[in-house]
Design a protein around this ligand. Structure first.
Ligand code: ZN
Length: 65
């Protein structure tokens, strides 16, 4: 389980918005990008993130606006 302290300091790499824990992934509260957690380590790379519905490329993400 990812600890809360780590969760508190992690932000979305797109626009530095807060993340929330959703199952075994971290989801940006602003742009909705979903970062998976592997072996308790969140993969905070937009290239690896699952994009929200309707978004085809990371360039289209609106984060922190
Ligand atoms: Zn974001």
């Amino acid at each position: 389980m990812l600890n809360q302290e780590l969760l508190d300091i992690l932000v979305c790499p797109v626009g530095k918005s807060e993340l929330r824990l959703e199952g075994d992934a971290l989801v940006c509260t602003s742009c909705g990008a979903k970062y998976r957690i592997e072996d308790d380590i969140p993969i905070m790379l937009i290239e690896e993130a699952e994009l929200p519905e309707g978004v085809n490329s990371p360039d289209e993400l609106k984060c922190g606006e």
